[in-house]
Design a protein around this ligand. Structure first.
Ligand code: ADP
Ligand code: ZN
Ligand code: ZN
Length: 734
């Protein structure tokens, strides 16, 4: 049967796909799935993607509109990728149009034109002899450029390449163009050639096992956990594997957490692989992102290093997927289309028929569970590759210690000794700002956020009270808004206060604060890091940004100020996160020749999980904490979906969720609904919030119920005025 209709994915928050007729004068068979189309939608036009051609006798064709224009002559997404995206939409129960369109860079979603993949080049406009005759003898740089062009094939070179070879030659190029001797041109895109260099050392035994196990699976699906302590040489294993993938003419996708040193990692990849490595992260502008996306899609570059969204992008001949720091929370999108890039990496590899490596020093419990149940293979690197010894981790009992702005005397002394020895120290506190709350000592007023069930944090340098949940800011008051007293005090501490305390305690020692505020203020993180690397004694103060991926060989002491929050949180994942963060911070110490020491301040030195972590390490900790989860039937021993509802009227979210609960009864066997309950932060940004948790031992009945839920919920009268969203495999319950 010849198709007559186009099924189009549109980036709109609506269920389903949309049928259109082919453009006037064309037949549906002329259109290709995976190409973009410009279609009439509502009062305007939208860009969408054809996902299928079909013939649907159920629809009256005269009610359908033709697409205005097909935008791409060749499809941007192939049929297997379109299948993958639709599977993803089904799994997350998210609007398929938005999911399909999220595989395109923003520019292609918004603009009907496409950047050429061609490279901007420079060409000789006249013969080389004639050109040289017109250049004065002393203009050496102009002559050199003409000679370089004359030697290049067809008298053309990439502009980018020229600028890299002789930085500052843009002026010379301009002068030559003014004389009419050269002109801009477009070069055919070239695929990158790789010339891998051998590492400067031999792999150790554990690395060699990992590389050989992994490489024996190339060409077929195989999921692995590569568990290696920080500095154990995981990256080297990745590099050798990528090298083999390149030799097979395939591409490798490397996913990294959001706050990590992607430029640094990329440099290491480029140096070892001897070729281009595409970088996709949130800092790119739209056209850079589109150009990179196109090059990866077309296989012009075969190694792509990117954050979360990269997992949705098309890659030519995918042969390997790596997820570095797989436990990192930033792999889960926390709003809108709430997918897990780590989980999708595994799905993607299965569909592509290639291995996937989940790397971490502190694997997520989900991944450990997959190892225990035999689904993933387990590779371990237990030794630090460079021979550095592991850090010595101790608990500092601060129950009876006077704290100076959160820092105990023994920690202060350890800092002093470290600095006196010409070494560096790091103080870690996962709270930015000066203090978490401003309080009036006369009447008890505290800096509550007027829109949230939360406090506004004191940001002293900026002079602001700032809510970290809704972003609301106001100037720090000089007098109590309630009683007018000037007896206002910041309580508790954030990184900004620690910075101040340590600056006073150690005048003259370079101190660098790394957190979201500090890096926004001072420009790039890289500049700060260069300062540290150039110093002897130095202090680093920061939030989890400090813990991720950085390499500070001179740091020999790490102080952790707030380990306790993770032990008593309402969130069952808090201990897992606490342990991962602790060990990650610990991994920053002693990576050079000198051993490192970690001091963890706590008021609960006898807490069994904390004791296990410090004395027996992460594996023992994970076993104990996972046993607790199994007991309680929490993930990874069950599957969950969280329905979040919010409204400006207080009673509505709960009423909606209650009505939904009743509409879904009776529940299929093995599925439970918990709630509705008020969200842990019951009011945020002026909206009241409630949750309904869906939990099941097995995925199938859970997803069957979610299908029904998605059909029933929008039809409920109680849904009016309520914003709701479904989070499949939620990682936080806020
Ligand atoms: P990870 O990714 O596990 O943190 P890296 O791959 O960054 O570890 O390795 C840590 C350091 O050890 C790097 O400086 C790396 O060059 C070095 N290294 C890796 N493998 C070896 C080896 N087999 N012999 C010596 N040094 C190594
Ligand atoms: Zn007051
Ligand atoms: Zn707020």
């Amino acid at each position: 049967m010849t198709p007559t209709l186009l099924r189009v994915a549109l980036p709109v928050p609506l269920p389903g796909l949309f049928d259109y007729l082919p453009p006037e004068g064309e037949t549906a068979a002329d259109c290709r799935p995976g190409a973009r189309v410009l279609v009439p939608f509502g009062k305007g036009e939208r860009i969408g993607v054809i996902v299928a051609l079909h013939r649907d006798p159920g629809v009256a064709a005269e009610r359908l509109k033709p697409v205005h224009r097909v935008l791409d002559t060749a499809p941007l997404l192939d049929s297997s990728h379109l299948d993958f995206l639709q599977w993803v939409a089904g799994y997350y129960h998210h609007w398929p149009g938005e999911v399909v369109c999220s595989a395109l860079p923003l520019r292609l979603r918004k603009r009907p034109d496409v950047l050429p993949v061609a490279v901007a080049g420079v060409a000789l406009a006249v013969g080389p002899t004639e050109a040289l005759a017109q250049i004065p003898k002393r203009a050496a740089r102009q002559r050199e450029l003409i000679e370089a062009l004359a030697e290049a094939g067809e008298g053309r070179l990439s502009r980018q390449w020229l600028l890299e070879q002789s930085p500052g030659c843009s002026g010379t190029l301009r002068r030559l163009a003014e004389k009419g001797l050269i002109a801009p041109c477009e070069l055919e895109p070239e695929s990158t050639r790789y010339a891998p260099r051998a590492p400067a050392y031999a792999l150790n035994a554990e690395q060699a096992v990992a590389v050989s196990e992994l490489s024996s699976t190339l060409g077929g699906f195989a999921p692995f956990l590569l568990q290696g302590v920080t500095g154990s040489g995981k990256t080297e294993v990745y590099l050798q594997l990528v090298e083999q993938v390149l030799a097979r003419g395939e591409s490798a996708m490397v996913l990294v957490p959001e706050i990590s040193l992607t430029p640094q990692l990329r440099r290491r990849f480029v140096e070892r692989l001897g070729g281009e490595v595409a970088l996709l992260h949130s800092g790119l502008n739209d056209s850079e992102r589109e150009r990179t996306w196109q090059r990866v899609r077309l296989g012009l570059v075969r190694v792509v290093l990117g954050t979360r969204s990269t997992v949705l992008y098309p890659v030519d001949r995918l042969g390997l997927v790596i997820v570095d720091e797989e436990h990192d929370a930033s792999f889960k999108q926390q709003e809108g289309f709430r997918y897990s890039a780590r989980d999708l990496a595994v799905v993607r590899a299965r569909r592509a028929g290639c291995p996937v490596v989940l790397g971490s020093a502190t694997p997520s419990f989900e991944t450990l569970h997959n190892v225990a149940s035999g689904r993933y293979r387990h590779l371990r690197l237990n030794q630090r590759a460079g021979g550095a010894s592991p850090p010595d981790i101790r608990l500092l009992d601060v129950r009876d210690q006077p704290l100076r702005s959160g820092i105990s005397d023994p920690l202060m002394k350890a800092l002093r000794d470290t600095l006196a020895a010409g070494e560096q120290a790091m103080v870690f506190l996962n709270r930015r700002g000066f203090a978490p709350v401003l309080a009036c000592y006369d009447c008890g007023w505290v800096s509550d956020c007027p829109r949230c069930d939360a406090r506004q944090t004191v940001h002293r340098a900026a002079g602001l009270l700032w809510c970290h949940h809704c972003g609301l800011q106001r100037p720090i008051p000089h007098r109590c808004p309630e009683c007018g007293s000037a007896n206002l005090h910041p309580l508790g501490q954030g990184t900004e206060r620690i910075e101040q305390v340590l600056t006073e305690a150690f005048p003259g020692v370079p101190l660098i604060r790394v957190d979201r505020d500090a890096t926004a203020r001072k420009g790039s993180l890289q500049g700060l890091l260069d300062q540290v690397h150039a110093s002897e004694a130095a202090l680093l103060v920061g939030t989890q940004m400090l813990a991720k991926g950085h390499h500070f060989p001179r740091v020999t002491l790490v102080g952790v100020l707030d380990a306790d929050g993770g032990l008593f949180s309402a969130d069952y994942r808090a201990p897992e996160r606490m342990a991962q963060l602790m060990l990650q911070v610990a991994g920053r110490a002693g990576r050079g020749e000198r051993p490192g020491r970690v001091l963890i301040q706590t008021r609960y030195p006898d807490h069994p999980l904390l004791q296990t972590l410090v004395k027996a390490g992460y594996d023992a900790f994970a076993a104990a904490a996972m046993a607790e989860r199994q007991e309680a039937h929490w993930p990874p021993f069950s599957h969950q979906a969280l329905l979040r509802a919010q409204a400006t009227r207080q009673e509505r979210p709960t009423a909606f969720l209650q009505a939904l609960t009743e509409a879904l009864a009776p529940l299929p066997a093995g599925v439970e609904l918990w709630g509705p309950v008020p969200a842990p932060m019951a009011r945020r940004q002026g909206r009241y919030r409630a949750h309904l948790l869906v939990q099941a031992e097995r995925r199938e009945p859970l997803h069957a119920l979610l299908d029904r839920l998605m059909a029933v919920a929008p039809e409920l009268p109680e849904a009016r005025g309520v914003r709701w969203s479904l989070d499949v495999d939620p990682v936080d319950t806020l």
